[in-house]
Design a binder for this molecule. Structure first.
Ligand code: DAV
Length: 374
């Protein structure tokens, strides 16, 4: 029997045997979840803020004298063990709901590397798969993080993305940033800031809602990064809405959470009536109740604020995975008819990642190209 070129091409584009149900398809933050990546803690290394890109990303609210006292380093064994256990519990819940769960391959983030412009004494972690990869509809987009230590972080997801590519998913990357010293500025306040020399942003600066994306301009995403993203997505019919002057520090997902079409959760310390992105003004709002302090402080310098408690994962428009330590938020969601599965990440604040951060939804049951703001 002879095989035609078409048949050969078709067999090459079939999902490679293991584990995936087809190409990626995740156009929003809330449609029923089918496939997801859950991060891991093993192999993590917190980069030293002596590197200005790490200072900017992790401690940009602290002055030079304070960061001089912060050592980077491997996580204490107990933090790794607790976190692996909490992530396993999350994986068990998701699998119990019928969701296919992938994990990043093990990567040793303690290894140094360099480019012609700088040396990084280490990598960082595979704890937050949300941070560096943006799934927009059927496409995998690697984003240009401004953090030198994160340059090779996606090594742990390469094999998975190759499987999706074989299944037909376009997989692209922003121009690899050079991350030269000139990209980082020291403001008049003595604190580091992200410049505009080249496009730089992390995927977690973005929230997706069908044809609309919200892009937070902050120390982890510059205007040039927004321009690059728009250059790729606008010709495909997407609108990229800048979110400015809301939260200068880092990602968007502890400031705004899209719960379901027509319902948004807002951080009352960061967003006001005047700064709600105009596209979301017609939606019902939940102003997030004050956060209870998270239980474990495994470090003097946590990588995120207590607002990490509003960093939730929507499993469907009716079901959320939320920090068990935030009963007021859970009650507010339940009042709006959103069911909650309370979960725990004991060291989430220390490691800078809640349930949205530690996951990357690759397949949701959603039609593509929905205009939620028509
Ligand atoms: O402190 O609100 C959380 C970062 C989540 N990716 C914060 C930042």
């Amino acid at each position: 029997m002879t095989i035609t070129t078409e048949q050969a091409a078709a067999s090459e584009s079939r999902p490679a045997a293991a584990g995936i149900s087809g190409p990626v398809r995740s156009p929003d933050e809330f449609s029923p979840l089918r496939e997801v990546v859950v991060g891991r803690a093993r192999g993590a290394f917190i980069p030293s803020p002596r590197d200005i890109s790490a200072w900017l990303a992790l401690y940009s609210h602290l002055g030079a004298a304070q960061v001089a006292e912060i050592q980077g380093g491997a996580l204490p064994a107990q933090v790794v063990a607790d976190t692996e256990e909490d992530l396993e519990t999350l994986v068990g819940t998701l699998r119990g709901l019928g969701v296919v769960v992938h994990r990043p391959a093990e990567v040793d983030h303690t290894r140094p590397f360099s480019t012609p412009h700088w040396e990084s004494p280490s990598g960082m972690y595979s704890y937050c798969p949300r941070d560096l990869t943006l799934i927009v509809g059927d496409t995998i987009i690697e984003t240009p993080s401004s953090v030198r230590a994160r340059y090779h972080e996606l090594d742990g997801l390469r094999e998975l993305f190759q499987r999706y590519l074989r299944a037909g998913s376009p997989w692209i990357s922003a121009p690899k940033p050079q991350l030269r010293d000139e990209l980082y500025e020291i403001g008049v306040d003595g604190l580091p800031a992200l410049g505009e020399q080249e496009p730089a942003f992390e995927a977690a600066n973005v929230l997706r809602c069908g044809l609309d994306l919200f892009y937070q301009v902050s120390s982890s995403g510059n205007e040039f990064g927004r321009i690059w993203l728009e250059s790729v997505l606008a010709p495909r019919g997407y609108r990229v809405h800048p979110v400015r002057d809301v939260y200068p520090f880092t990602h968007l997902d502890s400031t705004i959470s899209l719960i379901r079409p027509g319902l948004v959760l807002l951080n009352p310390e960061r967003v006001t009536e005047h700064t709600i992105p105009s596209a979301l003004r017609g939606w019902d709002r939940i102003w997030c109740p004050a956060m209870r302090e998270l239980r474990t402080h495994s470090t003097a310098h946590p990588l995120s604020s207590p607002w990490l408690g509003m960093n939730l994962l929507m499993v469907s428009p009716e079901l959320a995975i939320v920090d068990a330590a935030q009963p007021d938020l859970i009650a507010a969601l339940e009042q709006r008819g959103v069911g909650v599965l309370p979960h725990t990440l004991r060291h989430g604040q220390a490691l800078g990642g809640g349930f949205h951060c530690v996951t990357l939804d690759t397949i949701r049951d959603a039609p593509s190209g929905v205009d939620y703001f028509a």
